[in-house]
Design a protein around this ligand. Structure first.
Ligand SMILES: [Zn+2]
Ligand SMILES: [Zn+2]
Length: 262
């Protein structure tokens, strides 16, 4: 399983980062996890959008779904495509789908197949199983856990605060892709729906994770500083995501690929 980071910014773009989006590749399957603002340009650098197998949106915030509109326009209007193609399944909760319907024109569902899911649901895309879980953010927010036929898996938290229940829902030895909006919480408001570096370390320790990819650090918080804080408090593999990084998940291990290996 491979993870291309298409957007590693938290909440809004930074000078060097687009908003949340990840391309997960397993064999011939290409799954887009979230489509935050600015991420579509990065998608074009690494993947023909016509090859996307499915799109999953974790929640309704703009920094996770706005570029669905760019993807829709590309798939609908790009010239030189004459063959009829089947719709791309678009998985999200009822709340998120309602928001997408209001935000986009109705014809977005000419391109995407509306698939409503909730916590506890499992769907399968070409041998890749996706399990959705509840997280504490805005209504309808979901975690997404992907597992392929080789048993390689990725747990994506989406946006969430820390809770022991969240950690306990993650299988032992997981590779976690998680938000760390803050280095340390500055307010109770922030701590209610997001995590900081300490929360991420706690999540990884309690869930006995094998490794973590830290993302969604809100500018001007320093992602490297968040990573250093997690390294001090968690003994597994710690990676700090940058746009266009590529990670391999193999035999339960997480590894950042060198440019020559991508
Ligand atoms: Zn966000
Ligand atoms: Zn959010």
């Amino acid at each position: 399983m491979k993870v291309n980071v298409l957007g590693s910014a938290g909440s809004y773009q930074s000078p060097t980062r687009q908003c949340s989006s990840y391309l997960v590749t397993s064999g011939e399957i290409r799954i887009v996890l979230d489509a935050g603002n600015g991420s579509f340009g990065n998608l074009l650098k690494v993947q023909d959008p016509f090859g996307i197998s499915a799109v999953f949106i974790s929640h309704r915030h703009h920094d996770h779904m706005v570029d669905l509109i760019s993807l829709y326009h590309f798939l609908k209007f790009v010239p030189n495509v004459t063959t009829a193609r089947s719709k791309v399944p678009l998985f999200a909760s009822k709340d998120t789908h309602e928001f997408i319907s209001h935000f986009a024109t109705g014809s977005i569902f000419d391109i995407f197949e509306r698939r409503v899911v909730e916590a506890g649901d499992i769907v399968e895309i070409g041998g890749v199983k996706a399990l959705f879980g509840a997280v504490n953010h805005v209504p309808g927010s979901l975690s997404i856990s992907l597992t392929n036929q080789e048993g390689e898996s990725l747990f994506y938290s989406g946006d969430t605060s820390y809770s022991d229940e969240l950690a306990d829902a993650i299988p032992d030895q997981s590779i976690i892709l998680t938000e760390a909006t803050y280095l340390v919480h500055k307010s109770e408001v922030g701590s209610a729906i997001h995590m900081d570096g300490g929360d991420v370390a706690r999540l990884c320790r309690r869930s006995r994770a094998a490794g973590v990819i830290i993302t969604h650090v809100a500018y001007p918080n320093d992602p490297q500083a968040v990573g250093e804080l997690v390294v001090k408090n968690f003994s597994g593999t710690v990676e700090v995501a940058n746009d266009l990084d590529v990670y391999e998940i193999k035999s339960g291990k997480l590894r950042r690929l060198a440019p020559s290996e991508r």
